[in-house]
Design a binder for this molecule. Structure first.
Ligand code: HSE
Length: 313
């Protein structure tokens, strides 16, 4: 039996503008590295975390990756001991699915180490428990694309046994630009400001856009994707958490982006474009605009990641 495994865990963009809690996709960069080893102590331990400036808990009952692994071991009725090393290479609290990347990597790696052939859907369920610890809500729109790769639709996730994850086609020329302004947004807070009641007319607009986006992705219809990347429910409330959001968004659209949105609960902002050249121009304009709002930022341009968590070693 293999004793140690190293995996790459991709960042993910949840919501994809109009699909709050139900849509997400994975990108090639940035991403974390997670190393898992079997131990003979019957305990799950976090040996080391790098790249987090000491912000993440080493307590296995509080860290998302160990919580996901403990749920998986419980399901397997196993007292297997596991050692975990996390190398965080993406910013925390950024809206890029950092906690989800760790949980997803942990369960995929353990599935491999134990050779237990659990389905991706089952792995998503365990990783969702990590999300529950991270932000109080077991949403799947980061962990599902991190595990499945590509675009995923969470048709249903509550109650958990109704979880239905659907992989959606990625048009081949689609590129993602990401700007991460150097501010922090806590997902608990960003969820807390949302209005639980929405107007029927807004709901109608929103589900038209969700359906349009799915149809656009399935048929490589970039114009339909562009028309559908509109959010009338969540973005108007969360935009105020990101200084200069609408200027950054407009800069991206003027530079040729198909559409723009807050990545997950932010502060990262993503744009989709139909070529690498446009995506590169878009990200430069977004960064320029952020700078005028006095925001320092880091940027990424990436293809959509089709593999999800990947075994490196
Ligand atoms: N769908 C979630 C949200 C993603 O927007 O709150 C955050 O991880």
């Amino acid at each position: 039996m293999q004793k140690t495994i190293k995996v790459f865990a991709p960042a993910t963009v949840a919501n994809v503008t109009c699909g709050f809690d139900i849509l997400g996709f994975a990108v090639d960069a940035p991403g974390d590295e997670v190393i898992l080893s079997l131990n003979s102590t019957s305990t799950v331990r976090i040996l080391e975390i790098t790249g987090d400036d000491g912000q993440l808990p080493l307590d296995p009952l509080k860290n998302t990756v160990s919580v996901a692994i403990l749920h998986m071991l419980k399901f397997l009725n196993s007292n297997q001991g596991v050692d975990i090393v996390l190398h965080k290479r993406m910013p925390l609290g950024s809206g890029l699915g950092s906690s989800a990347a760790s949980s997803a990597a942990g369960v995929v790696a353990l599935n491999h180490l134990l050779d237990c052939h659990l389905s991706k859907r089952q792995l998503v369920m365990f990783a969702m428990e990590g999300e529950r610890v991270a932000c109080g809500s077991a949403h799947a729109d980061n962990v599902a694309p991190a595990i499945f790769g590509g675009f995923t639709l969470i048709r249903s996730s509550h109650p958990l046994d109704t979880l239905d994850v659907i992989s959606i086609n990625t048009p081949k020329d689609l590129y993602c630009s990401i700007i991460h302004p150097n501010i922090k947004i806590n997902t608990w807070v960003a969820r807390g400001i949302l209005n639980p009641m929405i107007k029927l007319t807004d709901a109608v607009t929103q589900w038209g856009n969700v359906a349009g986006l799915i149809a656009g992705l399935m048929s490589d219809d970039y114009a339909l994707i562009a028309r559908s990347l509109t959010d009338v429910i969540v973005e108007p409330l969360r935009a105020k958490l990101i200084p200069g959001f609408y200027d950054i968004k407009n800069a991206a659209l003027e530079a040729g982006a198909l559409g723009v949105g807050i990545s997950g609960s932010g502060p990262a902002i993503f744009a989709l474009s139909n070529s690498q050249a446009v995506a590169t121009k878009v990200v430069a304009k977004m960064q320029e605009s952020a700078a005028t709002a006095q925001l320092l930022s880091e940027t990424y341009v990436s293809k959509i990641n089709s593999n999800g968590v990947k075994i490196i070693d």
